[in-house]
Design a protein around this ligand. Structure first.
Ligand code: SF4
Ligand code: F3S
Length: 104
């Protein structure tokens, strides 16, 4: 599966939603997550994310992000169409420590 990581927080560009063939993204207030049981590993979303937030879970040290994606995909609503990103999305690009500052 692919997972969404902290670079998405407060950026939420949603280009990923447009390209996913199985609509497996779920929307929280500040970020999206991927449902690990629904993702078919096609990989098309990874290069579409301007924040480089999406990674295959075969990369090292992503266990906690995989757990977070699984947990919140069950809690948050499915999103199938791109919306307007936050007006200040670009200001949060490359910001450090977004998980601690904004995730709730
Ligand atoms: Fe959707 Fe493919 Fe990305 Fe998985 S890898 S979330 S199926 S676009
Ligand atoms: Fe987030 Fe990137 Fe999608 S910023 S909403 S994972 S395009």
């Amino acid at each position: 599966t692919y997972v969404v990581t902290d670079n998405c927080i407060k950026c939420k560009y949603m280009d990923c939603v447009e390209v996913c063939p199985v609509d497996c993204f779920y929307e929280g207030e500040n970020m999206l997550v991927i449902h690990p049981d629904e993702c078919i590993d096609c990989g098309v979303c990874e290069p579409e994310c301007p924040a480089e937030a999406i990674k295959p879970d075969t990369e090292p040290d992503l266990e906690s992000w995989l757990g977070l994606n699984a947990e919140y995909a069950d809690k948050w609503p499915n999103i199938t169409a791109k919306k307007d990103p936050p007006a200040d999305a670009d200001e949060h690009l490359n910001e450090q420590g977004k998980m601690e500052k904004y995730f709730s």
